[in-house]
Structure formats: structure tokens, C-alpha cells
Design a protein around this ligand. Structure first.
Ligand SMILES: [Zn+2]
Length: 120
């Protein structure tokens, strides 16, 4: 499943960040998902717990921040696009061939637990 491989990628990145910071568990993560990316947030949310099993992210809270699509209209500047209308300015209908924002899939925030200190 598409979203499972995405979840695994996110987990790999989050684990790398954690390891750079002492290798503690990841308690929570926030992911920015563009509404125009091919990712279905519900599917990602559903796939995540099983993918995180056995990793530093096991049991972590996953928050998904939805990022609307934004295009650039020659007349109206930055405009929010609707998926129904496609790459067209909602005000004048002109084509906005470039997606300025909305196709991202990125790790935004991580909440790390303190690395476990060894009793000695
Ligand atoms: Zn326009």
C-alpha cells in the first residue's frame, strides 16, 4: 500500500533525527500533507501504528496538518485552489499552471523523549 511505504519513510527520517539527538523515543510527530499530494491522510493515519511497531516511534502520536493547494494567478497573485476546479484561479478561471504549495509531504515537528540515562 502506498501510504504504508510513506509511513515507513517518515519513520526512517524521524528515527534518524532522534538518533542525532541521543536516540530517545519519539513521542509525537506532525506531518504536513499537501491536499494535492497523492497521500490520503486517513490511510496514512491507519497505516502508521503497524509501521511504527518495533521502531523508536512505536506508540507515537501522529498529527497530520493538511496544506491547501496554492497557485499563482497572473492577475490575482497567490490563490487557493480547489481540487474540484483543478489548476485554475477561483476568482477569474485563468490557468495557474504552477502549484506553489500543496504537494508536500514532510515531517514538520517531532517530540522526543529524553534519552534514557544509564544508571551507574
Ligand atoms: Zn485570477
Amino acid at each position: 500500500m502506498h501510504e504504508a511505504s510513506i509511513a515507513l519513510d517518515l519513520i526512517r527520517v524521524a528515527e534518524a533525527v532522534s538518533l542525532e539527538n541521543g536516540g530517545g523515543r519519539v513521542l509525537a510527530l506532525t506531518v504536513r500533507v499537501g491536499q494535492w499530494s497523492a497521500v490520503v491522510p486517513e490511510a496514512l493515519r491507519a497505516a502508521f501504528p503497524a509501521c511504527a511497531e518495533g521502531s523508536l516511534l512505536e506508540g507515537a502520536r501522529l498529527s497530520i496538518q493538511s496544506v491547501p493547494g496554492v497557485g499563482m494567478c497572473a492577475v490575482h497573485g497567490r490563490v487557493e485552489l480547489s481540487l474540484q476546479r483543478g489548476l485554475r484561479c477561483p476568482a477569474c478561471g485563468a490557468r495557474t499552471p504552477e502549484l506553489v504549495q500543496g504537494d508536500e509531504l514532510e515531517l514538520d515537528e517531532l517530540e522526543l523523549a529524553e534519552p534514557e540515562l544509564e544508571d551507574a
